[in-house]
Design a protein around this ligand. Structure first.
Ligand SMILES: [Zn+2]
Length: 232
């Protein structure tokens, strides 16, 4: 497995799908920090090499914009693609790796027995934009219907640690608490997924803030980013 991974999703292995989230031990993969370019790019090259060692000869990523856009990637190309801005990726072609960067926002992993897979970056804006519904719909259009999917909500800021404004709380839950209040993004995303027909759902026990020793957290002041990657 990739050295420095904070979490590996063993549940997907039976589908021939590898999914993981890196952590502080691996080092930052964020391109917006002050770390030397050669160090960040060196880590990305290690991610690409790891994917290749698992049979994935292509890796797709995108600049992330906290939106609801999800790209679908086919076969017939190789290398590392930095696609146009989007916060999610799906692929129904084995030999493909897809990844998002996160540090508090939720890395959302979707896996289908055929090897079709998805990964989404879902912070409060992406969750409000229902990017999970777009990801599920994209996979369904590729022959991987919701009721056959497994969903994992990876390391992210937990419900006890994530306080948002009353306005954001209202947008996410429909309830205006009148003052800042906490929300559990992973529970909200799980609810949206269940409503869309996904019943196999697991949630990471890791919180980027509670477990800040092993994960980067934007709210804790880290400029670093971990990567959530899935490949088949
Ligand atoms: Zn926490």
């Amino acid at each position: 497995m990739l050295a420095g991974a904070a979490e590996v999703i063993d549940d997907f292995a039976m589908f021939g799908i590898t999914a993981l989230t890196t952590g502080r031990a691996f080092g930052t993969l964020g391109t917006g920090g002050d770390e030397p370019v050669h160090e960040v790019m060196g880590r990305w090259n290690a991610v690409v090499a790891f994917a290749a060692s698992r049979g994935a000869t292509r890796l797709a990523t995108s600049p992330q914009v906290h939106g609801g856009e999800v790209h679908a990637h086919g076969a017939g190309w190789q290398g590392w693609l930095r696609a146009t801005p989007a916060d999610g990726h799906v692929s129904a072609s084995r030999g493909t790796a897809i990844a998002v960067t996160v540090a508090d926002c939720v890395p959302v992993f979707l896996a289908h027995p055929s090897g079709a897979a998805g990964v989404l970056h879902s912070g409060w804006r992406g969750t409000a934009a229902r990017i999970i519904e777009r990801g599920i719909a994209q996979l369904a259009s590729q022959g991987a219907p919701a009721h056959e999917l497994r969903l994992h909500l990876g390391p992210a800021v937990c419900g006890a640690c994530y306080e948002v404004s009353a306005d954001v709380h209202a947008r996410l839950t429909g309830i205006d608490p009148g003052s800042p209040a906490t929300v559990d993004l992973r529970a909200i995303i799980a609810g949206h997924a269940r409503a869309a027909g996904v019943s196999h759902i697991s949630v990471s026990s890791l919180c980027t803030r509670c477990d800040n020793g092993v994960l980067f957290s934007h709210r804790c002041g880290d400029a670093g980013r971990q990567v959530g990657m899935i490949l088949s």
